[in-house]
Ligand binder design. Structure first.
Ligand code: PLP
Length: 473
C-alpha cells in the first residue's frame, strides 16, 4: 500500500495496484486485459502505441455514440410531450468529419463556432439545416458562407452582427434563421452558479436594463428586419457544470423575456436554446450527474415557468460538447525521463516529488496551462503490483507550467518506455493543440471492436516545413 504523500491533494486516494481503473474517468469499454495492458473497445493500448506512435489521442466510437444518444433520449423524454428537443453537438470540443457524421447518425445537430468548423461540418455531409453557427466576431465571409450553405441557425451575438446578418441576407435575396445569444446574468461552473445583473464578458446581448437593454433592442430589430427570421433565444452559462440549478435559473429568465416579447409584439418565439457546459469527471473527485437528472430538473422548471407565463413550451435545444466527447477520449504517452525532486512540505519538513516526463505535453493538452485543470493517469502498458509513488506527469516543452497531470499515484516501478493513459481528454485537447516547440500534433484514432481507424493523421515535419517559405523541398 502507498502511504499518503504529504503533498498529495486531499481528494486523491493512494492506489495499490494498476488494476484499480477508475471506470467513470474512462470510456465505458476500457478494460484491463489479462496481458496487463489497458484496452479501449477491445484494442490494447500497447498495440495502438506500436501501430500509431505516441502521443496518441484514442477515441472510443461506441462511447461517443452512447453519450450522444443518452443526451438525445434523456432530454427528448424529459420535455415530451410538450416540446421537442434538438441536441447540438458543440464541435469546438473536438471536430473531424468522422465525428460530425457519428453525431449526425445519432440524431444530433452540429454547432460550429467559426468558418473553419463550419467547413468541417459541411465537408462531413451534415445536413446544413442541422448546423448552427456561433461566434462573437463573425466575419462577413463567415456569415455569407452560412447563408449560402443554408444552415439552420446563426446565433447572433451583438447588434452590429445582427445588422450585418440582415444586410447580407437581404443582399443575397434570402432570409437568415437567427437565434439571439443573451446573457441572462447567470454564470455557472461545477457546483455553483452566480447571478449578476451585469455580465463583464465578451459574449452575448445583455438582458439587464429592461426596455433599454441590448437584448430588447436586438429583438425589436430582428422582428422588424424582413430578411431575419427570428427563431428564438439562446444562452450558454458556463462550462463543467454539475448541478441543474444554473440552467434552471437561466431558463426562467429567458422564458420571462419570451413573455415580455409576446406582450409587446404579440409573437411567441418558437425556440429556446439553453447551451452546453455539462460537466464530466476528470479525476476521482468529480461526480457528474446523469444527463437524465439534469434533463428532468430542467424540463420541470421550463414547463412550470411556461405555464406561469401562459406560454406554450418552445422547441428546446442544448449544446453539449465536453460531456459527449470528453470521456470517450484517452491520450497515450510514452514515459521518458523521471526525476525525484526535493520539495519543502507545508509543515516545514521536506519530501520528494517524482516528475515523470512524457513525449507530449501542453501542445496536445493545454488545459493544465489554461485552466489549472486536473487530470488523472494510469500505467497502461502493463500491470504492476505493489508500491505507488505520488507523481507529477509533465511534458517536454520549454515551460515549467507544462504539466499534464498535477498529482497522481503511479507505480514506483514505472520505467522509461512504459505507456501512460490520461483519460477524459476527448474534449478541448486536440482542438486546443498547438505546434509549440515544433512538436508535431498527435494523430487521433477511433477504436471499435478491437480495430483502430485514423481520424486525423499525425502531423509531420513536412507539414510544418510546408508553411515555411524559406525551405525548398
Ligand atoms: C463551448 C460552448 C458549448 C459547449 O460547451 P461544453 O462545455 O463543451 O458542453 C456550447 N455552446 C456554446 C455557445 C459554447 O460556446
Amino acid at each position: 500500500m502507498a502511504q499518503d504523500h504529504p503533498l498529495a491533494p486531499s481528494w486523491l486516494s493512494s492506489r495499490s495496484s494498476t488494476d484499480d481503473l477508475e471506470q467513470k474517468l474512462f470510456p465505458d469499454d476500457a478494460r484491463r486485459e489479462a496481458s496487463g495492458s489497458l484496452s479501449i473497445s477491445g484494442a490494447e493500448v500497447t498495440r495502438l502505441a506500436e501501430q500509431h506512435g505516441t502521443p496518441l489521442y484514442v477515441l472510443s466510437e461506441e462511447d461517443f455514440r452512447r453519450r450522444a444518444r443518452s443526451f438525445r433520449e434523456a432530454f427528448g423524454e424529459a420535455f415530451a410531450p410538450e416540446a421537442e428537443v434538438d441536441v447540438f453537438y458543440a464541435g469546438k470540443a473536438f471536430l473531424s468529419t468522422h465525428v460530425a457524421r457519428w453525431a449526425a447518425q445519432e440524431g444530433l445537430c452540429v454547432d460550429t463556432a467559426s468558418g473553419g468548423e463550419l467547413a468541417i461540418a459541411l465537408a462531413a455531409g451534415v445536413d446544413p439545416v442541422r448546423i448552427g453557427l456561433h461566434g462573437n466576431n463573425k466575419s462577413d465571409a463567415e456569415i455569407r458562407r452560412a447563408l449560402d450553405a443554408g444552415i439552420g441557425r446563426i446565433i447572433a451575438d451583438s447588434l452590429d452582427e445582427l445588422n450585418r446578418i440582415a444586410q447580407l441576407a437581404q443582399d443575397a435575396g434570402t432570409t437568415a434563421p437567427v437565434m439571439l445569444r443573451l446573457t441572462p446574468g447567470v454564470h455557472a461552473s461545477t457546483h455553483e452558479y452566480i447571478a449578476t445583473a451585469h455580465e463583464d464578458q465578451k459574449f452575448g446581448l445583455s438582458l439587464s436594463g429592461g426596455r433599454e437593454s441590448a437584448a430588447w433592442t436586438a429583438v425589436q430589430k430582428a422582428l422588424d428586419a424582413p430578411a431575419i427570421d427570428l427563431r428564438g433565444l439562446h444562452c450558454h452559462i458556463g462550462s463543467q457544470i454539475f448541478e441543474p440549478t444554473g440552467f434552471e435559473v437561466a431558463a426562467q429568465k429567458l422564458i420571462a423575456f419570451l413573455a415580455e416579447i409576446r406582450e409587446d409584439r404579440g409573437v411567441e418565439l418558437a425556440e429556446l436554446d439553453l447551451g452546453g457546459g455539462h460537466g464530466i469527471a476528470y479525476t476521482e473527485a468529480d461526480s457528474p450527474r446523469d444527463p437524465r437528472e439534469i434533463a428532468e430538473a430542467l424540463a420541470a422548471t421550463v414547463k412550470q415557468s411556461c405555464t406561469e407565463h401562459g406560454l406554450s413550451v418552445p422547441r428546446i435545444s442544448i449544446e453539449p460538447g465536453r460531456a459527449i466527447v470528453g470521456p470517450a477520449g484517452v491520450t497515450l504517452y510514452t514515459v521518458g525521463v523521471q526525476k525525484d525532486v526535493g520539495v519543502d512540505t507545508p509543515d516545514g519538513g521536506s519530501t520528494t516529488r517524482r516528475y515523470v516526463a512524457v513525449d507530449g505535453g501542453m501542445s496536445d493538452n493545454a488545459r493544465g496551462v489554461l485552466y489549472d485543470a486536473d487530470y488523472s493517469a494510469v500505467l497502461a502498458s502493463r500491470k504492476v503490483e505493489g508500491e505507488h509513488t505520488l507523481s507529477r506527469i509533465v511534458g517536454k516543452h520549454c515551460e515549467s507550467g507544462d504539466i499534464v497531470v498535477r498529482d497522481v499515484y503511479l507505480p514506483t516501478a514505472t520505467e522509461r518506455g512504459d505507456i501512460l493513459a490520461v483519460p477524459a481528454t476527448g474534449a478541448y485537447c486536440h482542438s486546443l493543440s498547438s505546434n509549440y516547440n515544433y512538436l508535431t500534433r498527435p494523430a487521433v484514432v477511433a477504436v471499435k471492436d478491437g480495430a483502430s481507424q485514423v481520424l486525423i493523421r499525425r502531423e509531420t515535419e513536412e507539414d510544418m516545413l510546408g508553411r515555411d517559405t524559406g525551405f525548398a523541398p
